[in-house]
Design a protein. Structure first.
Length: 633
């Protein structure tokens, strides 16, 4: 058998990178290699079309092992388990408790309760957690930031009363002073005093994380991946710096920090992000030389520093930035690939956003679907069995290093300017992320960034009906007139402008009809008709495709018989010289006339009075806004 294998491989001589490149250049037939095949990411680095073993040379990431410092390959050694979390917004503690007990029997092993500060009491906590085994499930809590210490004290008292082994309990309390500034524009309280009091209140709960880095907010605001990671590192370092200066041991502080990241649909880059995040954070914590507080601990550095403190605890949540109101079931595809990338990357817990979150309060069906998306990855795909399967991938190892470099550069820039608090106070973080949000909306308007079902391949016949996009509640309970201490992040979803356009069409009560006048070259007229149908359906227009007409006059009359508001001429560039002007004249202003394409004769056609051309280089959103202004008045 061995001989046959050797003979098989001897038939295939190795191919060098130079040989590959010669073949690529030949197949490009003179086209520019950099422009055609090298991808310039939003993160600012270039991605090659192929990688080989030689691209791993010199990369220290390949020396990493699972469960060992700097934890690039994960903090676990035996499996890739993660906790499946579901959020519960508590209106009634009795109802929330019943719901929690129900979903604990449906695959959930991490609960997140959003509780009202004004109702907090020992009885409230007892009712909320009745019959829930705190040693069997991770419990996470969030409330008004001014009441987090009170909440911590109530929880500790409850756990003592129930005679739990407090050293085994896992969970978190969501205190994040800086996220309040970013999302609400309000700076309230003393971060150092509250954080210190919170750490002291939860001293008996060593596995409870109480200082949160809510980088999820940056992700949901449209931040690029390197921004989310770079700012998250500066965010966590702000806690480390402030609290160690206040006299708390570095190991204690580090073990109380929890990172909450978003997950975008950039599959491979997200895997790389989480791998890079653990590595960079481990090195930041190591720089504080955290003293190991337990002499018997084996996981120590060469200078007796605590390696356990350098482990990044990561909760990941699928992004809301790319969720859509129209064709909402496509959201399931988005969140599924996002969950896959986070699971492969080895996060500690995860929340999958229900597919209808953009326009409705999640219901039993959408929450069940969200739970099952993670359970499918565990029970059917066994993603929980293999640690860091991406390790050694030429592509992902290089992405990990590139992401780490860009994020580290941003981290250093923030630190050089005085740290994360100063950057947020000055509005620099918000301005940078909001600029990214703006840039991404511009790319979506031009289809450089694709949202399936929204700006590309929309469902032609879908109507929103009563669905309306949900708006985030502001710091004044829904009013936008409240004063803000600092600027805030912009949470406009990627699809928001296209949705507004389509909702405008639907609300007008007049749905424009676009008629494809297909003529001439068969392949080109079909391709252009398909392009035009997808283009115009993005605004909610009715589209009518056709097999073809022998003359433009017959096509125009068919369009008028169909009561078309728009006639789109679909043919080849060469044939537009022959067909465009006669079709325009035959229509004689009875409907809007559009030419599908950007033919060489465009200037001549414009001189003849033809104004509208749609092709891959136009701004889809702005063009459709102009059409709506003309057609819906």
């Amino acid at each position: 058998m061995a001989d046959s294998k050797e003979k098989l491989f001897s038939d295939f001589s190795p191919v060098s990178t130079e040989q590959w490149m010669e073949k690529v250049i030949a197949d490009l037939k003179g086209a520019d290699y950099e422009k055609k095949l090298v991808w310039k990411t939003n993160e600012g680095f270039k991605v090659k079309p192929f990688y080989r073993m030689e691209d791993l040379e010199g990369l220290k990431t390949t020396d990493a092992l699972p469960g060992e410092f700097p934890y690039l390959r994960g903090t676990k050694k035996d499996n890739n388990e993660w906790l499946v979390r579901q959020e519960i917004r508590v209106e009634s503690p009795q109802e929330a408790n019943a719901k929690a007990l129900d979903i604990l029997n449906k695959g959930i092993d991490s609960l997140s309760f959003h509780v009202k500060a004004k109702e907090l009491s020992a009885a409230y906590i007892e009712t909320l957690l009745k019959d829930i085994c705190a040693e069997c499930v991770e419990l996470n809590f969030s409330t008004c930031q001014g009441h987090v210490v009170e909440l911590a004290e109530l929880l500790v008292a409850y756990f003592r009363k129930k005679d739990y082994d407090l050293s085994k309990l896992q969970g978190s309390i969501n205190y994040d002073f800086f996220n309040k500034m970013l999302t609400k524009g309000k700076e309230k309280g003393d971060v150092q005093a509250t954080a210190k009091a919170l750490i002291e209140a939860t001293a008996e709960l060593p596995k409870y994380r109480v200082l949160n880095v809510s980088a999820l907010s940056l992700n949901n605001a449209g931040a690029y991946i390197y921004q989310e990671l770079g700012y998250a590192l500066a965010w966590g370092n702000e806690y480390m710096n402030r609290l160690t200066e206040a006299g708390l041991p570095a190991a204690v502080v580090a073990k109380k920090i929890k990172f909450n990241f978003g997950i975008s649909s950039n599959y491979f880059l997200e895997i790389a992000k989480f791998r890079a995040a653990r590595m960079l954070w481990a090195n930041i914590v190591a720089a504080y030389e955290p003293e190991c507080l337990r002499d018997h601990r084996k996981n120590k550095g060469e200078h007796n520093e605590c390696r356990c403190a350098a482990k990044m605890r990561i909760h990941a949540e699928t992004s809301t930035f790319n969720l859509t109101l129209f064709d909402a079931y496509v959201n399931l595809l988005r969140t599924q690939t996002e969950a896959m990338s986070a699971a492969i990357a080895g996060v500690d817990s995860m929340t999958v956003a229900p597919f209808d979150k953009a326009y409705d309060a999640p219901n039993e069906f959408s929450e069940r679907m969200a739970r099952n998306q993670q359970l499918l990855l565990k029970e059917e795909s066994h993603f929980d069995k293999v640690i860091d399967p991406a390790a050694g991938s030429y592509y992902i190892e290089n992405l990990t290093v590139s992401i780490a470099k860009q994020a580290w550069d941003l981290f250093l820039a923030v630190e050089e300017e005085g740290g994360f608090y100063n950057a947020v106070k000055a509005g620099k973080v918000q301005a940078a992320v909001n600029e990214s949000n703006k840039a991404r909306h511009a790319d979506i308007a031009k289809r450089k960034e694709v949202l399936l079902g929204t700006n590309q391949f929309p469902n032609f016949n879908e109507k929103a009906g009563e669905k309306q996009p949900l708006k985030a509640t502001s710091c004044c309970g829904g009013h936008d007139t409240c004063e803000k201490d600092v600027p805030t992040l912009n949470f406009d979803r990627a699809a928001s402008e296209f949705e507004a356009l389509r909702l405008e069409t639907e609300a007008s009560g007049k749905r424009p009809k676009a008629f494809m006048l297909t003529i001439g070259n068969l392949a080109m007229r079909q391709a252009r008709a398909q392009f035009s149908c997808n283009f115009l359906a993005c605004a909610g227009y009715e589209v009518v495709d056709n097999l073809g007409f022998p003359t433009v006059e017959e096509g125009v009359e068919a369009a008028m018989a169909a009561k078309a508001d728009i006639v789109v001429l679909c043919s080849s560039d060469d044939e537009y010289v022959e067909y465009a002007v006669p079709a325009f004249k035959a229509l004689n202003g009875r409907a809007m006339f559009i030419v599908a394409g950007a033919p060489a004769c465009m200037d001549e056609l414009k001189a003849a009075g033809i104004e509208n051309f749609i092709h891959v280089r136009v701004n889809v959103l702005e063009t459709l806004k102009e059409y709506n202004a003309k057609l819906l008045k």
